[in-house]
Design a protein around this ligand. Structure first.
Ligand SMILES: [Cu+2]
Length: 92
């Protein structure tokens, strides 16, 4: 019986490895100026580990990123856009 409980606990551990929250953050990316910029920004953000969804708007000059709090951080996101040539900051 104990073995079964252990197996169940293990199964739960692998199906739900973390209790991390999924967060959504809006980044202001003021240096986007043409239709190609959002593509570059989106690619850069998508490559960050833990990022689930990226929506970039050239019109609003912002990127809305949904990510796993345990794997990615806002710092990692802003660094990714900066490394791609587009410094960003969190919109309040
Ligand atoms: Cu551009």
């Amino acid at each position: 019986m104990k073995k079964h409980i252990a197996a169940l606990a293990f199964a739960l551990t692998i199906t739900a490895p973390t209790w991390a929250a999924v967060k959504t953050v809006t980044l202001s990316v003021p240096s986007m100026h043409c239709a190609m910029c959002p593509v570059t920004v989106k690619n850069a953000l998508s490559k960050v580990s833990g990022v689930d969804k990226v929506e970039v708007s050239l019109e609003k000059k912002e990127a809305v990123v949904t990510f796993d709090d345990a794997k990615a951080s806002v710092d990692a996101l802003t660094k990714a856009t900066k490394d791609a040539g587009y410094p960003s900051s969190v919109e309040q």
